[in-house]
Every structure is written in structure tokens, then in C-alpha cells.
Write a protein that binds this ligand. Structure first.
Ligand SMILES: Nc1nc2c(ncn2[C@@H]2O[C@H](COP(=O)(O)OP(=O)(O)OP(=O)(O)O)[C@@H](O)[C@H]2O)c(=O)[nH]1
Length: 434
């Protein structure tokens, strides 16, 4: 658990640092990129309308710093113009400027008026609408502005560009291709404005730069979201697995505890059995009936049921011991207990009261019934085929519970009856006199 928490903490710190750093870097320009277009990396030429229906004339020169176009606009052509054309392509493979957001242009325009406008075209080649032998078919991404003279760099967002509507119409460009496009710019043109008057003009291109980001804000955001998302999924899966492991561990533990419990329960039953059973005769012992006796007395009183007791003592047991030895005496006691258990009713409770004395508690039995039962027991014992040809008899005291009396008095009375039976010659049943 601690290990996982530590890992989550480390990952959270790492991601937080990563996010902060990347966004900070983004805002201070750490991911910025620039692409400068100049006479050294682009072929420059001048173009004018003399090749069409006009009579304008132009010349171009590079003085080591700027590309300078001199232009004499004539009156003959329908759409007179001059322009600096920068070729960027290598066999129609131009520059992909789609990751740039702005164009910076430092150009001086010497014209009749200060607010005379220049057209800056970014020409995109795409086989969808362009053909190699028709330069006009290259898409016209266009802006127009008045640079004046000596005004320095003007930065214009590329999203200000629009595609010329006459080009869309002339080439019947479908709507999906009619928007600005910068992924294969083969030509940049800096041309005189639309409605230009015949005169002498000059265009001086000092600098042309494209600005962009190595990582756009959207990409950066997506990257961060992805990283946080992956981290969250990783830890969720991990947490789920950990929980599943814990659950199966707990299930295994509870299964083990259940089994251990079951085992202990079985053992406790065995111990209870041992504790409540007289280990020699298999009958119950005094301790076992303590509780039961209180309950049955209580139950019998409340339900007006009779409850009787048959108190049995083997006659002259000492002699048996003397003749067979203590072990032989034990065997007789065992057999005696077995006989009593066999001959009692299910509801009777046979208890070895001590030594060679047994008590049979007879619920729902009155004195008369108990006496009959006692007589039957006496006769069975007397006529039983004991081992070693022994002749064994027993004396029995019988009594019935008197409602309200103490249990000790009840037992005492049976004991007195037994004493009487012994006194009167043994092998007989006597009832207690109240
Ligand atoms: N073998 C064996 N003998 C026991 C056990 N408990 C008591 N005895 C013996 O039982 C005998 C009981 O003798 P007494 O109380 O004198 O009575 P008795 O010999 O049966 O004579 P009466 O009861 O007067 O008929 C004693 O010798 C005890 O040692 C036992 O668990 N096993």
C-alpha cells in the first residue's frame, strides 16, 4: 500500500512538473520555430504582365541584404502588375508551412501613395486542383496590405489569408478544397496591388520569416491529457489488481478461519462429550445433569408433570472388586451402565452418580411408574448373564419430586429409600417416605 502511494506521489510530482515546465516553456517561446526565406534558400525572379497582354517592365536584383524589384507599370495591360516571385519547390515539392501560425514580412514599397497596397501570395500546389504546366492552378492564398517604406517587420497571422474567389471560380474548385492551405507552398509572390496606375514602382524585400511552434498549444494540451490519462488508467488498473489480490487473500483467510472454526467446534463438541460423559460407563456424569435437572424440575412443575428418580447401588461391589480385581470391577461397572442405558426410555437420563451408584431420572413418570421401572431394573440385573458367572444384584431407592422442594432434598429422599433397601436385605426396591 505504502509502495503504491509512493509511486502515485512520484508519478503525480513528475506529471505536475512536466505539465508546468512544458506550458511555461510554451509561453516563454521554448517551443518556437522560425523559417527565414531569402535569396540564399529561394530562387527569386521578377514577373510582370509583359508576358501576357501588358507592357509593364521589371528588373530584379539582390544587393546582399535585400531583393529589390524595379517596376515600370505600363498602361496597356488589362491587369497590369509586377512581382517578386520566390520559388521554394523542388520538382513541385514545396514547403509544408501548416505548422506555422504567422508570416513576418519586412518590405518597403515605393509607390505613388503611402497607402498603396501590396499582395502577398502563398501558392500551394496540390494535384487535387493543380497541374504542373499551369502555374495559375496553384492555389492563391492571399493577403493585401500597405507596407509603406521603412516600417520594418509586419507580422500577419496565417489565418488572415484567404483564397482568391476568382481562382476558385475559374478552376471550379470544390468547397472542400476552397479554404486556405499551406502544406505544399511552392511559390511566394510579392506583387503590386490590384488597381495600380502606370508609373515607376519599387519593392524591396528585406526579410521574410514564418513563425511557428514545434509543439502547438493544442498538441501540448493533448500530450498532457494523454499522459495524465495513461497515469490514471495505470494506477486504477494497479489499484484494482491490488484490491482483487486483497479480496482473494481475505477470502482465503476467511476460508482458513472457517475451517479452523469448524475444527475447533468439532473439538469442543468432543471435549463437551468427554466432560459430560462418564468415561468408564459411557453414561452421563453428575456435572452433565446439573443444568438439565434444574430445567426439567422447572418444566415439570410448570406443566404439572410428574418427575421421579430411581437411585441404584450395586450390592456388595467391594466383593466383586476383591474377586476380579479393580479392572474386573471396572468391566462390571461398564456392563452395568450399558444395561441401564438399554433398558431406560429415551426420555430417561442415566447418570453415574459415583462409584457403583447410578441414578435414572424419569421425566413424566409418577412414583408408581418409577417403582415398576425400578423393579424391572432390579430383576434384569439379577437375571443378567454377567461375565465370569457372577451373580449381581442391586438395591434401589425410588421417589417422586414434590413440587417446590429443593433438588438436594429430592435426591436426599431417594438416597434414604436406597439406604432403606440396603438395610432391609438388599436386592430390593424401596420408595421414600415423605
Ligand atoms: N472397580 C471399581 N471399583 C469402584 C469404583 N468406584 C468405587 N468402587 C468400589 O466400590 C466399592 C464400594 O464398596 P462399599 O461402599 O463398601 O459398598 P459395597 O461393597 O457395594 O456394599 P453395599 O453397597 O453395602 O452393598 C469399594 O470397594 C470401591 O473401591 C470404580 O470406579 N471401579
Amino acid at each position: 500500500m505504502d509502495k503504491l502511494r509512493r509511486r502515485v506521489r512520484v508519478a503525480a510530482y513528475f506529471l505536475l512538473t512536466f505539465s508546468l515546465l512544458t506550458f511555461l516553456l510554451h509561453y516563454v517561446g521554448g517551443f518556437d520555430k522560425e523559417l527565414s526565406i531569402n535569396a540564399r534558400n529561394a530562387a527569386y525572379v521578377s514577373i510582370d504582365d509583359s508576358a501576357q497582354d501588358g507592357n509593364s517592365q521589371s528588373s530584379i536584383d539582390f544587393d546582399g541584404e535585400s531583393i529589390a524589384l524595379n517596376c515600370e507599370i505600363g498602361a496597356k495591360g488589362k491587369w497590369p502588375f509586377c512581382e517578386i516571385s520566390l520559388a521554394l519547390d523542388d520538382n513541385f515539392h514545396g514547403l509544408d508551412l501548416s505548422s506555422y501560425h504567422s508570416i513576418g514580412i519586412d518590405v518597403d514599397y515605393y509607390s505613388l501613395n503611402d497607402d498603396e497596397r501590396l499582395r502577398i501570395y502563398l501558392r500551394n500546389f496540390d494535384p487535387e486542383y493543380s497541374t504542373e504546366d499551369d502555374p495559375v492552378s496553384y492555389k492563391f492564398n492571399a493577403i493585401e496590405y500597405a507596407p509603406g517604406v521603412g516600417n520594418g517587420m509586419k507580422v500577419i497571422p496565417l489565418k488572415s489569408y484567404q483564397v482568391l474567389s476568382w481562382w476558385i471560380a475559374d478552376y471550379e474548385v470544390p468547397i472542400e478544397n476552397a479554404g486556405p492551405q499551406f502544406d505544399n507552398i511552392v511559390q511566394i509572390e510579392i506583387a503590386t496591388g490590384s488597381y495600380i496606375k502606370p508609373a515607376n514602382y519599387a519593392i524591396r524585400l528585406n526579410r521574410l520569416v514564418f513563425y511557428g511552434h514545434w509543439l502547438s498549444e493544442a498538441t501540448l494540451l493533448r500530450l498532457n491529457i494523454l499522459m495524465w490519462g495513461f497515469a490514471a488508467i495505470y494506477f486504477l488498473i494497479n489499484e484494482r489488481r491490488r484490491l482483487a489480490e486483497q479480496v482473494s487473500e481475505m477470502v482465503a483467510k476467511s476460508e482458513y478461519l472457517k475451517q479452523a472454526n469448524q475444527h475447533l467446534y468439532q473439538e469442543s463438541l468432543a471435549f463437551k462429550e468427554l466432560a459430560y460423559t462418564d468415561n468408564l460407563t459411557g453414561t452421563q456424569n453428575r456435572h452433565a445433569v446439573d443444568c438439565w435437572l434444574r430445567d426439567i424440575v422447572d418444566f415439570s412443575q410448570r406443566n404439572c408433570h410428574a418427575l421421579s428418580m430411581v437411585y441404584i447401588d450395586i450390592d456388595f461391589f467391594k466383593k466383586i472388586n476383591d474377586s476380579l480385581g479393580h479392572h474386573g470391577g471396572d468391566e462390571v461397572l461398564k456392563e452395568f451402565g450399558r444395561v441401564l442405558n438399554l433398558r431406560s426410555r429415551k426420555t430417561d437420563v442415566v447418570v453415574r452418580w459415583g462409584g457403583e451408584e447410578f441414578i435414572i431420572f424419569c421425566p413424566a413418570t409418577n412414583l408408581r411408574g418409577a417403582k415398576e421401572f425400578a423393579e424391572m431394573v432390579r430383576m434384569i440385573v439379577e437375571s443378567y448373564q454377567w461375565a465370569n458367572g457372577l451373580y449381581i444384584t442391586c438395591s434401589v431407592g425410588v421417589t417422586e419430586y414434590i413440587p417446590g422442594e429443593d433438588i438436594e432434598d429430592f435426591i436426599q429422599r431417594a438416597d434414604s429409600a436406597l439406604y432403606k433397601a440396603k438395610k432391609q436385605g438388599r436386592n430390593r426396591v424401596e420408595e421414600a417416605t415423605v
